[in-house]
Ligand binder design. Structure first.
Ligand SMILES: [Zn+2]
Length: 133
């Protein structure tokens, strides 16, 4: 059997865009550059464990930030198919948005799960699906 090749990059879902929009405000340097990199960004599931973590691909020619490598604590996400929170971490490599990791505390949400809530590292509510619906 042929080894499964990695999925192609695609347009982010609404929930992924919500996470990414908040995530680009978390880094301490180059925030404006990262906000601009969201324009035309493409994503794919990169993690073998089946969680909703996504690899990121900025559009060709997008300006890169001065900080070559950064890891930003975005906060905590809650999904509708598990009771636990996920820790949300943004990775920047070579001055570009590189990965949005969702690290489950215990149970792993599926990629089909809906984002219910996003909290900042200080636990302020950044997004709540209940307020949207
Ligand atoms: Zn995973």
């Amino acid at each position: 059997m042929r080894a499964r090749t990695k999925a192609n990059f695609r347009v982010p879902t609404d929930d992924e865009l919500i996470l990414l929009t908040h995530a680009v405000h978390a880094p301490t340097r180059g925030t404006k550059t990262y906000q601009r990199q969201l324009n035309g960004i493409r994503v794919r599931y990169d993690c073998k464990c089946g969680c909703p973590s996504i690899g990121l691909q900025v559009r060709p020619g997008a300006a890169t930030a001065k900080a070559a490598y950064e890891v930003a604590d975005v906060g905590y996400a809650q999904y509708d198919d598990v009771s636990d929170l996920c820790w949300v971490i943004l990775f920047i490599r070579d001055g570009k948005l590189s990965e949005l990791e969702l690290a489950p505390m215990n149970e792993t949400p599926s990629p089909r799960a809906k984002l219910v809530r996003l909290e900042s590292p200080g636990r302020d509510i950044l997004y709540s699906a209940a307020e949207v619906n």
